[in-house]
Design a protein around this ligand. Structure first.
Ligand SMILES: Cc1cc2nc3c(=O)[nH]c(=O)nc-3n(C[C@H](O)[C@H](O)[C@H](O)COP(=O)(O)OP(=O)(O)OC[C@H]3O[C@@H](n4cnc5c(N)ncnc54)[C@H](O)[C@@H]3O)c2cc1C
Length: 504
């Protein structure tokens, strides 16, 4: 749905094929990151996806039962979880919303922007040739089949992706670790326990180990890793003992999911692109490396598809999707198992990984490809945005600015088109000429004139002097930067734009 939303927002006509009629009865994801909220805000969903209050952090405790003895607090990311300087790097706080409540919001916005969604329709096969992809889809209700011809196919068909399998793309990683059984139940009487600020509970009761968490709307989910299939009659006393009190509850449904780590060895083949769990299967962590990583994938892919489909860029731009996103999939795989929650399930040794903090992982991942100029191989894969200081390949720095349209942040100015930030007029004039001659819209932000800000802070966050310039790609990633200015601004900007957008 995020792929559809972002493509629709960028004006790319497309059809979504979804075999189910609606959202799954058993939601999975609940935690959506600040970065995801930046994307949703960009496409006009800012007010519709409620964000957590500033300063709120996800807290987890080891308990005998919810109503019984509470022990120590445990952290998903030891020492790295605190949002150190976090409030200064993004205006967003992330969202705690169950997937089945978020999906209709995404669906409605995508539809309003022109997305065509075929629910209850299954993709049964596809073929690609030099000019496009032909997909055969079948209505699950009528059995009617039809062929759809498209320029490209995005395989967002989940961890067991039939499209990935048909392409013969292998996966690597730690593989299957455990099958987790869950039971979703309604128990509003337990909700007052959330008022203490804890949302997740690791049950340790004698030999029993379970994980209890809430969707914040009276629904709770209890997960077990003992591998046993239990029916509702057996689950009821188990739920009761984990709650630790005789609360009334209704079992809604049960589920199972595979705790596994697998990353595709290729994210694209010809005209087909893997995204989301089809590309990387990662267990749920505090970092939200599951759905959020997939949303990140398609944010990265959507502007590239838009520019290639409208004829501005050559298809070479699409090769940067695999180059940029697969190393990030791997980084997230390695970081998942560098954290104690999942390290304990590993079946064999794994090379020790330096633990990266949550802010670095959410807002400071490095992208390296032909669509970034100046991200050398010796740079770390992620770091705090302040430490990056405007490094090409990293999300553009966040800074509040005052413009004639009122107060806005750098994040409000990037995201749809290329954006150039500079103080020197020569860059602003060069931008107008390069934009006109290449027919690529570039928003020139004249810092200190049209956009007022503390200039020392601008220099620090963007890592440039008052003679420099920073060119941000349509996905908000710094594509190129001139730290201290150049003799011929127009030539430098034109060369940079042509290279990083693979202009035809
Ligand atoms: C318990 C649990 C908690 C989680 N919590 C979080 C969290 O808090 N934050 C987070 O970021 N991630 C979380 N995750 C991970 C997250 O749920 C997944 O990463 C995410 O849902 C993957 O989205 P996707 O669209 O790639 O794949 P899916 O959600 O699997 O969607 C794939 C879709 O493709 C459809 N499909 C498949 N084949 C076909 C076909 N042939 N034709 C038509 N349609 C087809 C399916 O019906 C399905 O709707 C959690 C996972 C679990 C199990």
């Amino acid at each position: 749905m995020s792929a559809s939303l972002f493509l629709a927002w960028r004006g790319v006509p497309h059809i979504v094929i979804e075999k189910h009629e609606g959202s799954a009865l058993h939601p999975r994801a609940m935690g959506f990151t600040e970065r995801t909220m930046e994307y949703f805000t960009a496409v006009g969903l800012g007010g519709q996806v409620p964000q957590v209050a500033p300063g709120t952090r996800l807290r987890r405790a080891v308990v005998e039962s919810l109503a019984g003895h509470w022990g120590r607090e445990t952290l998903w990311t030891p020492d790295g979880g605190a949002p150190a300087r976090g409030d200064l790097v993004t205006p967003h706080t992330g969202a705690a919303i169950p997937q089945d409540k978020l999906e209709p919001i995404l669906r409605a916005r995508a539809a309003a922007l022109g997305s065509q969604l075929l629910q209850g329709t299954e993709l049964t096969s596809f073929e690609q040739d030099e000019d496009g992809v032909t997909a055969v889809v079948r209505s699950r209700q009528t059995g009617e089949e039809r062929a759809i011809r498209a320029d490209y196919l995005v395989a967002a068909d989940g961890a067991s992706s039939g499209i990935r399998e048909a392409l013969g793309i292998a996966r690597e990683g730690v593989g299957h670790l455990r099958t987790v059984h869950s039971v979703l139940f309604r128990c509003p009487e337990a909700d007052p326990f959330l008022e203490c600020g804890f949302q997740q509970f690791e049950i340790e009761q004698g030999e029993v180990r379970a994980f209890l968490t809430s969707y914040g709307d009276g629904r709770w989910v209890l997960m077990r890793t003992d591998g046993q299939e239990l029916d509702e009659l057996q689950l009821a006393p188990f739920i009761r003992s984990c709650l630790g009190k005789d609360f009334a509850f209704d079992i809604i449904t049960t589920g199972r999911w595979e705790m596994a780590g697998r990353v595709a060895t290729k994210y694209s083949m010809g005209r087909v692109f893997l995204a989301g769990d089809a590309a990387h299967q990662l267990p749920p962590t505090r970092g939200g490396f599951g759905a959020n990583t997939g949303i990140d994938d398609v944010w990265n892919l959507s502007w590239k598809l838009a520019m290639v489909i409208d004829g501005t860029s050559s298809p070479a731009l699409l090769e940067t999707y695999d180059a940029e996103r697969r190393p990030i999939g791997w980084l997230r795989h390695q970081q998942t198992f560098a954290r104690p929650d999942y390290a304990k399930w590993l079946k064999g040794p794994m090379e020790p990984q330096p633990l990266m903090g949550d802010v670095a992982m959410e807002l400071g991942q490095l992208h390296r490809s032909a669509a970034v100029i100046g991200a050398s191989d010796d740079l770390p894969p992620a770091a705090h945005p302040f430490d990056w200081a405007g490094q090409p390949g990293v999300r553009a720095p966040y800074l509040e600015m005052t413009t004639s349209a009122g107060s806005m942040s750098t994040l409000d100015l990037v995201g749809k088109q290329f954006t150039l930030f500079a103080e020197a007029s020569v860059w602003i004039e060069a931008t107008a000429r390069v934009s006109a001659s290449s027919n690529v819209p570039i928003l020139a932000v004249h810092v200190g004139r049209d956009a007022q800000a503390n200039l020392d802070e601008v220099h620090q966050r963007f890592g440039m002097t008052s003679a420099g310039a920073c060119l941000v790609r349509p996905d908000g990633i710094v594509g190129w930067r001139s730290v201290g200015g150049v003799p011929d601004a127009e030539a430098a900007l034109r060369t940079a734009l042509h290279k990083l957008a693979s202009l035809r």
